[in-house]
Design a protein around this ligand. Structure first.
Ligand code: DX5
Ligand code: ZN
Length: 226
């Protein structure tokens, strides 16, 4: 499947934010072998959010492994002024790049830049950002990420009002733009946002901090009927 086909089909996306970086290739292989086809890369710059995490070098390190398995790399840029970095991620092998609407005054411009680089473009809204913030982007973006935690750390608690926000976001976007959720997604929370209309589910700690990440992946997917 192409990246566009994968993003337009229901996916549980393991976030490598919570992976064991001393064994990253093994961790990625675990989830690919379990059936994952969209690997979520959480990039943080220490400015948009306090932590600094991973960057293009990690994308470059795992891209061949992911692509050879028929998978894609979904890069979530929690960085200020992402227009300064998107080219690095495209060059490193990103298949989709998501920017935070709060991170630049030039959101539409950056979405067009991501497309010009040959990647799918997502935009993310934080819990405190109204769904109307993406109303003008419906015809431009390939998907919208509705954050279900405040970004910055894995392992946080799912914000209970998220399903309601996903429903309101669906009203703004119309029926054709996939909605992604990210943060606190696990077997016990995924059904609520799936029923609300989300189809892309990012899960980090619920998978990689489990004793058996492959089984955890399968359990989360099953909880959403995938
Ligand atoms: C923002 C990150 C996290 C991560 C998921 O903080 O985007 O939400 O992907 O982390 P878990 O699944 O551990 O909540
Ligand atoms: Zn993310």
């Amino acid at each position: 499947m192409t990246a566009a086909e994968l993003i337009r089909s229901p996916q549980v996306e393991p976030s490598i934010l919570s992976a064991d970086y001393s064994r990253l290739a093994d961790e990625v292989r675990l989830v690919l072998d379990a059936g994952a086809r969209v690997v979520h890369v959480d990039v943080m710059d220490g400015h948009f959010v306090p932590p600094v995490t991973i960057g293009p070098v990690i994308v470059e390190a795992i891209r061949d492994q992911v692509h050879e398995a028929g998978g894609v790399l979904d890069c979530h840029l929690m960085v200020e002024r992402p227009e300064r970095q998107v080219e690095q991620f495209a060059s490193a092998g990103a298949d989709s790049i998501t920017i935070q609407v709060e991170a630049t005054p030039n959101v539409d411009y950056v979405v067009r830049m991501v497309h010009a680089l040959g990647c799918l473009a997502g935009v993310a809204i934080n819990p405190g950002t109204p769904v109307e913030a993406v109303a003008e982007l419906t015809g431009e973006v390939d998907f919208v990420l509705c954050m279900t935690v405040n970004p910055g750390w894995g392992g946080q608690s799912f914000i209970e009002l998220s399903p309601c926000k996903v429903r309101r976001l669906r009203e703004v976007l119309g029926p054709d733009v996939p909605i992604q959720v990210d943060g606190g997604i696990a077997a016990g929370t995924i059904a609520s946002v799936s029923q609300a209309g989300a189809t892309l589910f990012v899960a980090g700690s619920a998978i990689f901090h489990a004793d058996d990440p492959a089984a955890a992946y399968a359990e989360i997917a099953a909880a959403a009927g995938l």
